[in-house]
Design a protein around this ligand. Structure first.
Ligand code: ADP
Ligand code: MG
Length: 357
């Protein structure tokens, strides 16, 4: 995580309050799993839980959630169902990101040994512009049967996300940046993105290897030889970033495994990478809690609680790779609760080790 020196955090008496937005589907049970781990591990974090979903929410629920995130600085979030059928209904997930100016979506897609996948040794950081482009939310039917969907891009925001990617590469020692675009067709919009990224690479970050790749080719390369991107960063505008990130998550084992950060100058929201509600799995104790636990670890890193983050993430890793506690999505039989129990057992073992030696 890019720790945010400027972030204003709600920390009193050594404890940090974070906003929890459980959302719909499996969100509430996933937040409960994280709370169980935090309590067991004595993580000094308290949750302020806000109810927000698409059915019940009135506008003031959204406003209250946003105020709460602004107050605490940080949020752990489940996904809120988006209605397809009502063109007036703006995605609340998108509204939160836009209103808090969480301009960078960052995912780390890494292969986990023992998780069955087609490809091994994937280690790619996905950095996606999170607020503009195709997600500007401006669509209208000009005359019957003719729809305009506007993709709005701005030089400032493109430069901001590109700079974020290069800075991330420097800080976390990523060996290259690949900018993904479709400048051969969208000559002005994607053309500008490509020019900005290329110039930044050349003029300000000459030590970082840079390449550009057209989004269709990038998709093909990713599913056929993903390791070529390993160790590096893929830098993407909003919609391509959404699609490419989902491909990458699929490659390392699916929606239950990967976490995603939404980072702005002042606030940060942590959720799963593919932002599913998992509604069909809710209430059955079968959804994989790994992605949420990793989101919680991302959050702890952002807050500077590195020891807690490392402890939980190491113990989760052992649960997946040593004890091989796998939920159904990755071919196993374990329930979510069993996975969490195994993480707690690993934490316990870790403590015994450090106390006795
Ligand atoms: P739905 O809401 O119908 O469950 P989503 O679009 O939210 O579908 O999720 C896409 C797919 O990913 C679904 O098949 C869902 O079951 C699966 N999925 C999402 N989250 C998880 C998870 N944590 N563990 C296992 N499968 C998941
Ligand atoms: Mg869903």
């Amino acid at each position: 995580v890019m720790p945010n020196e400027k972030a204003k955090l709600a920390r009193y008496g050594g404890r940090q309050t974070v906003t929890a937005l459980p959302g719909d589907g499996i969100g509430p049970e996933m937040i409960a799993h994280v709370q169980r781990i935090f309590t067991f591990a004595n993580v000094p974090v308290d949750f302020e839980t806000m109810q927000l979903n698409s059915d019940l929410s009135r506008d003031e629920d959204l406003e209250n959630a946003i105020v709460a995130i602004k107050r605490n600085g940080v949020c752990l979030k489940g996904n809120i169902e988006t209605k397809f059928d009502d063109p007036q209904f703006k995605s609340r997930n998108m509204e939160i990101r836009r209103r808090l100016d969480l301009f960078a979506n960052v995912l780390h897609t890494v292969s986990i040994p023992t998780v069955p996948t087609r490809h091994k040794d994937i280690d790619i950081v996905m950095i996606r512009e999170n607020t503009e482009g195709e997600y500007s939310g401006l669509e209208h039917e000009t005359t019957k049967g003719v729809v305009e969907s506007l993709k709005i891009v701005t030089k400032d925001k493109m430069e901001r996300i590109a700079r974020f990617a290069f800075e991330y590469a420097l800080r976390y020692d990523r060996k290259n940046v690949t900018a993904v675009h479709k400048a051969n067709i969208q000559k002005l919009g994607d053309g500008l993105f490509l020019k900005i990224a290329t110039n930044l690479a050349k003029n300000e970050y000459p030590e970082i290897k840079f390449q550009a790749m057209i989004v269709d080719n990038a998709s093909m390369q990713l599913v056929s030889r993903p390791q070529q991107f390993s160790g590096g960063i893929m830098l993407m505008p909003n919609l391509y970033g959404n699609i490419i990130s989902n491909i990458a998550c699929g490659l390392v084992g699916g929606p239950g495994l990967v976490s995603g950060m939404n980072i702005g100058k002042h606030y940060a929201v942590f959720e799963t990478a593919t932002r599913n509600t998992g509604t069909s799995l809710a209430g059955q104790d079968v959804a994989n809690p790994t992605a949420f636990i990793r989101a919680a670890c991302d959050m702890l890193c952002y807050l500077g609680y590195y020891n807690d983050a490392n402890l939980i993430s190491d113990c989760l890793f052992r649960t997946l790779t040593v004890q091989r506690v796998h939920t159904a999505d990755i071919g196993g039989k374990a329930t979510a609760s069993e996975l969490v129990t195994s993480v707690l057992e690993n934490i316990e073992k870790q403590w015994e080790k450090t106390h006795h030696h």
